[in-house]
Design a protein around this ligand. Structure first.
Ligand code: NAD
Length: 353
């Protein structure tokens, strides 16, 4: 059968390596800006201030209030700081929470973004923004949301604690897995996903053995970039929907939720998308859900939704929310299917497929 696909092209400029943080100033200037506001979470304020000092006159200040799921109140405070500072560009130094704040400012002001990710969450390569207002999370895609430039510096990931390292990497693996069976996938993204999964399978255990192994960290960050690109160019399915429901409606932590759900979503889809999931089987084991569960366990990942504070009644409600709006998935599902999948993830059972 003749191949049929649309390749939209890759637009984001990517600087990848060790010590690349030093190139932030030249990248801000390359975009034509003289003043950039540096963003971070409260926990990464010191790193943001050090970056502002490095930027010298290019730095318009630091806003260190980024928070998980991009609350609009935080965005409003950051917008005031952005306007008062005279900045025309944002530099987001941190994980998905900080990248999200940069996107929220950019889509409202037209500012350019330089994203400097310090986790493997992948938001930096996407045109997706999830925001929370009044306890409700809404997600949208728009070209104005995608950062212009991304600087990956492996040195910034050496400080990632073991737990966040593993969960964030499994979050990235989830992007590559679901892009493989996305209806809008294309051959370039498939190649990127294949390499991402193979690299994660060997490099993540090496990082777990030695968290400050720069070479292994570099491989994991490279795989995370590939996965992030897949997330930014293909639609996600059941796994991401469930993670979104649990994070958005029950406040479960992003990376841990992804880490726990992934083997179960893959096991559920394994038979319906056996050909598409072949790279997952090659990297993690013939039964891809079980293989990913074994891999997650060997890396020390959390395995039970029960440990995130969810109760059985939450699973009932989550199953209802998950089936309320239809979306593409290789295997059709009912509310009962989702409830059973969540039960297995809640108990931490090893998937069979
Ligand atoms: P995060 O950005 O909330 O970071 C978690 C914590 O780790 C923070 O306290 C942060 O300061 C700290 N941290 C980050 N990097 C560190 C490092 N190198 N060393 C030490 N501490 C570090 O978590 P995340 O998992 O990166 O991002 C989750 C958020 O991103 C969620 O809100 C999620 O919805 C969003 N997200 C969005 C997209 C998208 O495409 N829109 C994609 C992925 C994630």
């Amino acid at each position: 059968m003749t191949r049929s696909f649309t390749f939209p092209g890759l637009t984001t400029r990517v600087i990848f390596g060790a010590g690349t943080l030093a190139r932030t100033g030249e990248e801000v200037e390359r975009l034509g800006h003289r003043r950039a506001l540096v963003l971070s979470t409260p926990g990464q304020r010191a790193a943001a201030e050090a970056l502002a000092a490095q930027l010298g006159g290019l730095a318009a200040g630091v806003f260190a209030g980024a928070a998980m799921h991009t609350p609009v109140e935080v965005t409003e405070a950051a917008l005031a700081a952005f306007r008062d500072s005279g900045a025309t560009c944002v530099v987001a130094l941190g994980g998905g929470s900080t990248t999200g704040l940069g996107k929220a400012i950019a889509t409202r002001t037209g500012a350019d973004q330089v994203a400097i990710p310090t986790t493997y969450a992948g938001s930096e390569m996407t045109d997706i923004l999830g925001e929370t207002a009044g306890g409700q999370k809404t997600t949208r895609r728009d070209p104005s949301i995608r950062p212009e430039t991304v600087i990956y510096d492996v040195d910034l990931t050496l400080s990632l604690p073991a737990g966040l390292t593993v969960c964030s990497a499994l979050n990235a693996i989830a992007h590559a897995v679901e892009a493989l069976y996305a209806p809008d996938r294309n051959p370039v993204i498939e190649l990127m996903c294949r390499d991402a999964l193979a690299v994660f399978a060997t490099a993540l255990p090496a990082v777990v053995r030695a968290l400050r192994d720069r070479d292994a960290r570099g491989e994991v960050l490279y795989a995370a970039w590939l996965s992030a690109t897949a997330l930014g160019h293909a639609s996600m399915a059941l796994h991401h929907k469930l993670a979104h429901v649990l994070g958005g409606s029950f406040g479960t932590p992003h990376a841990e939720t992804h880490a726990i759900l992934l083997p179960h979503a893959v096991g559920f889809n394994a038979a319906a998308a056996a050909a598409e999931l072949a790279p997952v089987a090659a990297a993690f084991g013939a039964r891809p859900g079980a293989g990913l569960w074994d891999f997650a366990r060997a890396c020390g990942a959390p395995l039970r939704l029960a440990d995130l504070g969810l109760g059985p009644e939450d699973l009932d409600r989550a199953a209802g929310i998950a089936v309320a709006s239809p979306y593409a998935n290789p295997r059709p599902f009912t509310r009962e299917d989702i409830r059973a999948l969540l039960q297995a993830a809640w108990e931490g059972r090893r998937p069979q497929s």
